[in-house]
Design a protein around this ligand. Sequence first.
Ligand code: CA
Length: 473
Amino acid sequence: MTTRSQQTSGLNRRRRRQSVLSWHGKLSRVFSALRWLLVAACASLVGAGSQATAEGRPPNVVLIFADDLGWGDVGFNGRTEWNTPRLDRLASEGMVFRRWYTGAVVCAPSRAVLLTGRYGIHNGVVTNSADLPRSEVTIAEVLAEAGYACALFGKWHHGRPRAGESSYVHPMDQGFAEFRGFTDARHAWEQFPTRLWFGREQRPVEGHANTMFTDWACEFIRRHRSQPFFLYLPYIATHFHIQAPAEDVAEHLGKFPERDARDPVYATYAAMVTRLDKEIGRVLDLLEELGLAEETIVIFSSDHGATFEAGNRGASAFHDSNRPFRGGKRTLWEGGIRVPGVVRWKGHVQPGGESHVPVHMMDLFPTLLAAAEVERTDLVLDGANLLPLWLRAEPPPQRTLFWEWRSEGYQQLAAMRGDLKLVICGNQPPELYNVETDPGERRSLHGEYPELVAELRAALDAWLASEVSAARD
Ligand SMILES: [Ca+2]
């Protein structure tokens, strides 16, 4: 339960954040403009062009986000029925996080956590139809104010207009100076759309959506090669519709016992993953070609686990996309919340590294700010700065992580401390798992650790009591 005074203090806090943000934003814009004038002047003095400009500049960020892609769909997490060589190479050149957790088990809340560094109960997005409030500060807004060029090519996923808004809040109102793609989740089912948004207007297009996003991403990188950039690439693979370019499907024909040879669903799902791998490869190749690989942080993850819903047509069930985990999208077992996670930052993050420290999508915001050396004491973030983990394998202090999914008829809660995770489904008895030794969550330990169950349950209740009123609008 949230009291009225808690709601009011939440509102006041947001207002304070906004006013602090506005003067801070103006100051930082002035400073970043001065900084880039100085860097550009130095570059022209030594005549080394982009090489000199590159020195000492904050890192670029390429944040690649898959849609409904399961933990077990990629080679670096054990997939052998198809190959993801470009992603596997990215993983071998960076650090693989085996316990990377997403913020929520459906698209909109998961993306809201990623962009705000705050739990859904704090940023106001706990359902798939909730719009990210205008007052929320996104990582794109903060990086833009620090001098970054910020672009989004891919899927946004807006919700219903909030009270006082005539429409949904557009990505270009949340820090992205450039946007092309889908704003609407259902529109994003179309793998071969006939129209897409170019900023705030729709234009006809032709071709495969993920290929177009990559084309635009590459053009953006070329254009901003001499300036720090934040490129957010939320691809639509492997969310349904289950469709892929014919040449990609052809690579997988005959590999799987299809229900109907004329409608090779399983081969098509495999093709969606391998096409995604190829598109990501084009971005990685361009970073190498332009000499930007060492000054660009590349992150790869997925918004939540794979789905077993009708639109997926049985593909993820057949391929066991979330293996070795139990559950999937719309559940809080590992199959729903544990997603692929890779960070590559050549020359900074140890190549070939592997971490089993539980990390959360909301950690990206403070970690990227730290990497960019942007200080923002005015922001109230739930995530932790994991730069010491990325750079020196130093884990953050132990903390308890929380999840909730109480929409569309579901009533699930989860809390995790170290390797132990409490899952509560409606009025069922609590479940407690050691997700390191029992990743499939088959043997509940609740009877063996009654005190821990009670402690985590109390922590969950306290966390839920911090929910802001916007989360219930
Ligand atoms: Ca999704």
